[in-house]
Write a protein that binds this ligand. Structure first.
Ligand code: FAD
Length: 542
């Protein structure tokens, strides 16, 4: 192994990497607009001895010291920071030994560690320039294990993809309760954030449906934690942006799975009617299993787009409907059912729909399998990949907005700032905070009901118009500036900031607790540096 390393340096790659890292540091600093303490020291390239000491660790997994471009990419495709090395761990001990080793180097070393799930972050959150990336998907060990019984659950690896969990649990007639819209993401990646989708109004996000975690802390300790055991670490890690430990295993709560899904879309022209119906539906006990919605600005023929996968309830009326390019709001609902319960399900759906005030000709329905419904975004992914439109920059912006402020937000943002939704969908749906575990690290608005509004833009490279990265970033900034100037109590979801002051403002009254947890579980600030919250070895001054 050591001889491989020596050969590596003989080819002068050492100096080249040193330059790349330095360049990246400079670019990174410029990109982040960072002008304060988050980056105060120059990154020095770790000496040869550090790398050889890493390679000398008795690991079952592998190190990769070259061709690591993939670890410097993510779905956002905006930030690119090459690591020094990538670890492909086989066991939890591999991760623990590596972190322990970096921890023992102490604050003199600049080495930091980023866990990488499926790399679907947006702004380099799973990257680390000149540090160690741990590729969580290579973590093996125990198989997924489903436990039946009154309160069923599944034990999974932190690097497991949710799509695989779906397929495995379905073999037992069970499935997780809470999802993300897209399932090709890892457990560790979504639990570090929250994991929010159309089921979150009922069950809370994925972090509220996690019963136990196994975590490797920033000191390399392996800790099993839950509500009853090391609860502070458990709550800290859930929604904790990877700051307190690497999730190596998670216990996810399950429910009986249905086989089919009735999937429904209706349109509104009035925002107030749309949100009133959404809020009414999420307030009911007996309601849909999934409730989301999206905004359509300056787009005609929307119903024709739906026809490929939905059928109009009244084809004649639907063919005569014309939105004339007005801003419209689509309410999307789904009800799970087994084929032998179809009649009861249809009655229940008809009853719910009869209480809503959508535009009648715009009622579109579809029946798909449970897997097809949950894995729906993968179909779009395949189509976009074929057109070369998946691996483009994604300057996404996700906001959590209190119910009392959603109308002011919509009036300005949908009525004034945005002229078009051709860059990508804008999702908007309310959730019940009461179903969310308030002890996790996730920061949300304080009202009982708040909205997730997600601007899921794709930029076309080298475009100068409305689809260009620059245009979309400017638009996002206008939205954020409006929120600040109007003093809206909005929180970013998948938060992204450049300075520690901004992070402090994001966490608000919870900042002190965050700093204290960082001091306890990752005192040298080795972990998840891609969020740019803490600087290594400066946690005491935060
Ligand atoms: P990565 O990008 O690899 O990592 C994300 C962060 O988590 C990094 O800071 C990383 O260091 C840390 N991390 C990774 N693994 C671990 C671990 N095992 N332990 C500790 N920290 C870890 N989110 C939603 O909530 N709802 C949605 O509906 C939704 N839809 C999406 C659709 C698409 C197409 C995409 C690209 C993203 C979507 N997301 C959604 C956002 C997604 O949940 C986050 O970007 C998530 O972090 C991606 O998971 P990942 O496995 O790719 O994580």
């Amino acid at each position: 192994m050591v001889s491989k390393l020596a050969g590596f340096y003989e080819h002068n790659t050492f100096s080249l990497m040193k330059i790349i890292i330095l360049l990246n540091f400079i670019l990174h600093k410029a990109d982040s607009g960072c002008n304060n303490s988050v980056f105060t020291s120059i990154v020095s390239f770790p000496p040869y001895e550090i790398l050889s000491s890493l390679q000398a660790l008795p690991l079952e997994g592998q190190w990769s010291l070259r061709d690591n471009e993939n670890a410097a990419k993510d779905f956002g495709n905006i930030f690119h920071f090459p690591p020094l090395a990538v670890l492909y761990p086989k066991t939890v001990a591999d991760i623990s030994l590596t972190i322990k080793h970096v921890f023992e180097m102490g604050s003199a070393s600049e080495l930091k560690v980023a866990a990488r799930g499926h790399g679907h972050s947006l702004q380099g959150q799973a990257q680390v320039h000149g540090g160690i990336v741990i590729n969580m998907e290579s973590l093996q060990g125990h198989e997924m294990k489903v436990h039946r019984g009154e309160f069923p659950f599944v034990d999974v690896s932190g690097g497991e993809l949710w799509i695989n969990i779906l397929h495995e649990t379905l073999k037992h007639g069970l499935a997780p309760k809470s999802w993300t819209d897209y399932l090709h993401l890892t457990v560790g990646g979504t639990l570090s954030n929250a994991g929010i989708s159309g089921q979150a109004f009922k069950h809370g996000p994925q972090i509220s449906n996690t019963l136990q975690l196994e975590v490797v802390t920033g000191k390399g300790e392996v800790v099993t934690c839950s509500e009853n055991r090391d609860a502070d670490l458990f709550h800290g890690v859930l929604g904790g942006l990877g700051q307190f430990g690497i999730i190596t295993r998670a216990r996810i709560s399950l429910e009986p799975a249905q086989k089919m899904v009735k999937w429904i879309r209706v349109l509104y022209s009035e925002f107030s009617t749309f949100t009133r119906d959404q809020e009414y539906l999420i307030s009911l006990k007996d309601t849909f299993d999934y409730i989301e919605g999206f905004v359509i600005i300056n787009s005609t023929g929307i119903l024709n787009h739906w026809r490929s996968s939905f059928d109009p309830k009244d084809p004649l009326q639907a063919s005569q409907f014309n939105s004339d390019g007005r801003t419209s709001y689509c309410l999307e609902m789904a009800k799970y059912f087994n084929p032998d319960e179809a009649e009861a399900m249809n009655q229940s759906v008809d009853h719910l729909l009869s209480q809503l005030s959508y535009i009648p000709p715009t009622l579109f329905l579809s029946e798909v399998s449970y897997v097809e419904f949950l894995d729906r975004v993968h179909v779009s992914e395949n189509m976009l990949r074929e057109k070369g439109l998946w691996e483009v920059p994604h300057p996404w912006l996700n906001l959590l907005i209190p119910r009392s402020e959603i109308h002011a937000f919509a009036e300005e943002v949908f009525g004034n700032i945005l002229k078009d939704t051709s860059n990508g969908p804008i999702l908007i749906y309310p959730v019940n905070q009461t179903r969310w575990n308030s002890k996790t690290s996730l920061v949300t608005p304080e009202e009982d009901v708040f909205y997730l509004v997600a601007f899921l833009s794709s930029a076309v490279p080298s475009s100068t118009g409305i689809n260009s990265l620059e245009y979309i970033l400017t638009q996002n900034k206008r939205i954020l500036d409006f929120c600040t100037n109007a003093q809206l109590n909005v929180k970013q979801y998948l938060p992204h900031y450049s300075t520690q002051e901004e992070w402090q403002a994001h966490f608000g009254s919870r900042w002190e607790a965050l700093v204290e947890r960082k001091r306890v579980y990752d005192p040298l600030a080795l972990l998840a540096p891609g969020h740019r919250i803490f600087q290594k070895a400066m946690s005491a001054s935060c």
